[in-house]
Design a protein around this ligand. Sequence first.
Ligand code: KG4
Ligand code: ZN
Length: 348
Amino acid sequence: MSIPPIRVLAIESSCDETAAAILENGRTLLGTSVASQMEIHARYGGVFPEVASRQHILSVVPVVEQTLAQAHLSLDEIDAIAVTRGPGLAGSLLVGLNMAKGLALGLNLPLVGVNHLEAHIYSAWVMMPNVEPTDEPEFPLLALLVSGGHTELNLMTNHLEYQRLGWTQDDAAGEAFDKVARLLHLGYPGGPSIQKAAEEGNPDRFQFPRSWMEGSHHFSFSGIKTAVLRQVQKLENVSSNIESEYPSLPINDLAASFQKAVVDVLFTKTMKAAREFDAKQILIAGGVSANQSLRYAFASQNEFPVNIPDISLCTDNAAMVGTAGYYRFINEHNDPLSIDVLSTWPLS
Ligand code: KG4
Ligand code: ZN
C-alpha cells in the first residue's frame, strides 16, 4: 500500500506580499498565488506598515482560494497549515496568522508557525512544477541570507539546526540597496532598479569602501551608503558650480560601483566562512539573491557547489514557508492555536 502524500497549505504575510502555496511532501509545489503590494508602496518610497496590513486583509482569502484552485485541491485534502510567525511587521504577520488559525481550527488541522528566515533558507528545497527534480542540499551547508531586513551567515548542520556565525551590525544589504536607490532617485524596490541602472554603468569608476569586519563573520553596510551620499554631494556641488553645462549625476556608474562593492563583500566573506567550516555547499537566499551580479560571482567559482533559488523564490513567497513548515511538521514542531506573532525572531 502506498503512503499518502503530506500536503501543507502555507501562508506568508510578513511584509508587503500576501502569498499562499501548497507543497506536497515538502518539496513539490502544487500551487501558489501572490498578491503584491509593490505598486502601492512605491508611492511612499518604502513599505507603509498600516497600508500593508489592510491590504493583507483584502487579499488573504482570495489568495488562498486561488492557490487551492491552481492545485486542483479542496481544503479537506490538506494535512497541515504553515504560516510565517515572524520576523516581520506585526500588523502584517497578524493577518496571515489569524487566517492560518481559522483554517487550522475549522479543519481540525495542525498549525505550524514558521520563521521567515528559515523559510528563505528552505527555498533551496522547493521544486518548481515541470522542472527536473534536484538533489536535496547537503549538510553542513553555509547559508548566506540576504534580504531587506537581514544579512547573515548561518552554518546549517542538519534540518532545522543552525549556528548563526555573523550578521549585519547596521543596515541589511537589501536595505542598503533600497536607501542608495532612493538617494539616486531610482524606483522602489531599490535592488532591481540599482541592478538595472548598473547594467549601463562602469563598476570601477568609484571606489566605494568595503567593510570587511576583520576577525568576524559580521557585516556592515551603513558606511558604503554614506560613501555614496558623500560622492553624490561632491558631484552635485561640482555640477551646480558649472551650472547647466555639467552633465547630470552619473547614476549608472554610481549604481554599478555601489553594487560591485556590496557583491564583493558578500561573496568574499561567504567564501571565507565556507572554507573555515568545511561546508559541503553554499546556499544563498533572500531578496538580494535575485541580484544578477551576486549570482554571477558565485557561479564563476568552482570551489563549492552553490544553490541559489529560482528568481521567483528569492523574494518573499509562500512556497518556502510550506517547505520549512513541512520539515517542522514531520519533526513534530507543531504549535498551539494560542501562538502570537514575533516581530523579531533570531534563527538561533
Ligand atoms: O526577501 P525579501 O523579498 O523581503 C525581506 O524579507 O526583506 O527581500 C527584499 C529585498 C529588498 O531590499 C530589495 O531591494 C532586495 O531584496 N532585492 C534586490 C533585488 N531584488 C530584490 N537586491 C538586489 N538586487 C536585486 N535584483
Ligand atoms: Zn523575506
